[in-house]
Design a protein around this ligand. Sequence first.
Ligand SMILES: [Zn+2]
Length: 126
Amino acid sequence: MDLNNLVNRVIVPALTRCVDCRKGKDEHVSADHEFKQDEKLPKWHGWHAARRGLGTNLYRLGVPEKTIQAILRHANVSTTATYYIKTAAADAQAAMAKLETELIGQQTGNGRGSTSERLEPERSRN
Ligand SMILES: [Zn+2]
């Protein structure tokens, strides 16, 4: 199998769809309106980006790093963690929210208030 043929014949046509009628460019020739690309669909950025997206999405689904390493056929798990699992800002926010929930859960009933209240800088009292 030629991977460039797979990209040109299968992947890119699947990502090239008219926003109005969902047809690909080849089928769209006979349509009564102009082809307008659906911008919600991802763009093809090459095999490295596809592998990185696969690693990141598997990680978000909770798949262990060692399993992702095996799927991507890396010799070393540090390669997988460093280059193929991309944590987004949303992941960092979710992680911090989870941490805050855990901390609040441990302090229930001690009257100290929420974590975010305690982390705010103290204001002067004058
Ligand atoms: Zn159309």
